[in-house]
Design a protein around this ligand. Structure first.
Ligand SMILES: [Fe+2]
Ligand SMILES: [Fe+2]
Length: 227
């Protein structure tokens, strides 16, 4: 029987550094930020909060698509079906947020943002109740911590904006998504200057390196044992 990771304690999930605890912390942060946005406030505060949500959602999801879902497809029964469902959710979130970003003055903007929040909450539920428990079943605590570190490395340099045209699976997502993270992070760090541009370039190069390492490891894992 699948047990949701939502209410399990840290020890049962491989410790604070495991991918399961890292995911849960991010999901809780997102939930808090979405609730704050929904509670309302000054326009500039809500805009800043929305940008923080966007950055967290897309870097988090890119690292899932790069590190977690390929592992799950290799390791778990029905991995293909399970990951296909969350990839569809990620695509729908990409489409919706891209629409919000392209139409800042559209009167339907708040409605679209709330739709995006519903999709994000659904994605979190599917991951905590269905996908992440499968990782718990298939991997040892040590492996879960290693996967957590790999996911965090990729996330730190992942794109931070919606890119609906980028494939949701490796290697296409990294080949097309990682170069875009340069531009995303330049926008995040505006105003742009020489040193910032260099920093963003090195950030993207780091992401390429991290993704390459992860692909190699994912490819070598057949069916992992609990060790
Ligand atoms: Fe997640
Ligand atoms: Fe997700």
């Amino acid at each position: 029987m699948t047990i949701s990771i939502t209410r399990r304690d840290s020890a049962a999930l491989g410790g604070n550094g495991s991918i399961l605890m890292r995911q849960r912390r991010d999901h809780a942060r997102l939930d808090t930020m979405m609730n704050r946005w929904l509670a309302g406030g000054a326009d500039d505060e809500l805009d800043a909060l929305w940008q923080d949500i966007v950055q967290l959602v897309f870097s988090h999801a890119f690292a899932e698509e790069t590190v977690l879902w390929p592992l799950l497809r290799r390791a778990a029964p029905h991995g293909e079906e399970l990951t296909g469902r969350v990839e569809e959710e990620h695509q729908a979130i990409n489409d919706l947020v891209a629409r919000v970003e392209k139409s800042p003055d559209d009167p339907r903007r708040a409605e679209w943002i709330q739709q995006a929040f519903s999709l994000i909450r659904q994605d979190i539920r599917d991951e905590e109740d269905e996908l992440l428990p499968r990782l718990r079943d298939e991997f040892s605590d040590r492996r879960l911590r290693w996967i957590g570190a790999a996911w965090e490395t990729v996330r730190a340099t992942a794109p931070t904006r919606p890119h609906p045209g980028v494939p949701r699976r490796p290697p296409g997502n990294a080949l097309r998504g990682v170069p875009l993270s340069v531009f995303d992070r330049l926008r995040d760090l505006a105003p742009v200057s020489g040193p910032v541009a260099r920093r963003a370039s090195s950030v993207a190069l780091g992401a390429v390196g991290a993704a390459a390492v992860v692909f190699c490891v994912v490819r070598t894992i057949r069916r992992p044992g609990r060790h």
